[in-house]
Design a protein around this ligand. Structure first.
Ligand SMILES: NC(=O)c1ccc[n+]([C@@H]2O[C@H](COP(=O)([O-])OP(=O)(O)OC[C@H]3O[C@@H](n4cnc5c(N)ncnc54)[C@H](O)[C@@H]3O)[C@@H](O)[C@H]2O)c1
Length: 254
């Protein structure tokens, strides 16, 4: 029980990677609150985690890109659980077209949800972490931030912004014993990936991973568990790549 006594908020946890993280955290003894815009999926996720983990879990319909929505949700978590030790900024959208055809709207939408949707929950939670004497913030970036993703310039660049944000936040918040790290998953078997790829694409991607397969949401959740737990108490400002070796394979090809 690596997170026993801890309270965690996971954004975008109604499905996919966020769901796997919320489930893993609850299984390790954390009290968990999921913020998501999809009310139906959120209810299903909470019910399913409660059944599997027998932990205190609840969901709040929250838009991470809205200051007001996040402020209310954070207040509710603190009212219910008394504190927040861990924040996982996982919610994001994935839009893309070849660079020269990519509308500015894609940049603006993804800036609001993927970047401000990381900043806004962090700014809402940090004062509570300072009061409690510390915490762990985990941003979900992407392998796309390191290698670029074809047809997804805005997504890649904005995931890169999350890595720079990780460095700056880690420096600013270290005096308060708040650690800030990022995870860069490679292609991971979720609805987001399935919406963007064909079966053939996924086979090709898997064949590029030295470990021979795509990531599963649970692979990313295991990295998040390490960064959330006291096992990583001397780790801050880092990016943790979970990609089956795809980025080293890309370097080998150069
Ligand atoms: N799946 C991959 O291949 C992959 C690879 C690298 C990084 N990532 C990153 O991992 C994270 C999770 O990805 P996923 O594949 O599980 O995605 P997903 O689309 O399956 O799930 C995303 C969740 O975020 C929620 N969400 C979207 N906008 C929101 C908002 N404004 N406020 C609150 N919730 C919102 C959705 O309702 C959904 O439940 C994202 O940050 C994504 O960019 C995914």
């Amino acid at each position: 029980m690596k997170l026993s006594g801890k309270v965690a908020v996971v954004t975008g946890g109604a499905r996919g990677i966020g769901y796997a993280i919320a489930l893993r955290f609850a299984s390790e003894g954390a009290k968990v609150c999921i913020f998501d815009v999809d009310a139906r999926k959120l209810d299903e996720a909470v019910a399913s985690i409660k059944q599997e983990a027998k932990s205190e879990v609840f969901g709040l319909v929250t838009d991470v890109s809205s200051v007001e929505s996040v402020r209310k949700a954070v207040e509710e978590v603190v009212k219910k659980f008394g504190k927040i030790d861990v924040l996982v900024n996982n919610a994001a959208i994935h839009l893309g077209k070849p660079f020269h055809e990519e509308p500015l709207e894609y940049w603006e939408k993804q800036f609001r949800i993927n970047v401000l949707g990381t900043v806004i929950p962090s700014q809402a939670v940090v004062p509570h972490m300072i009061k409690a004497g510390g915490g762990s913030i985990i941003h979900i970036s992407s392998k796309a931030a390191i290698t670029g993703e074809p047809g997804h310039a805005a997504y890649s660049a904005l995931k890169g912004a999350i890595l720079s944000l990780t460095l700056a936040m880690a420096a600013d918040l270290a005096p308060y014993k708040i650690r800030v790290n990022a995870i860069c998953p490679g292609p991971t078997e979720t609805d987001l990936l399935y919406a963007a790829t064909t079966e053939e694409d996924r086979k090709r991607m898997a064949s590029r991973a030295p470990l021979g397969r795509l990531a599963k949401p649970a692979d990313v959740a295991a990295a998040a568990l390490y960064l959330a737990s006291d096992d990583s108490s001397y780790v801050t400002g880092q990016k943790f790549v979970v990609d089956g070796g795809m980025t080293i394979a890309a370097v080998e090809r150069i």
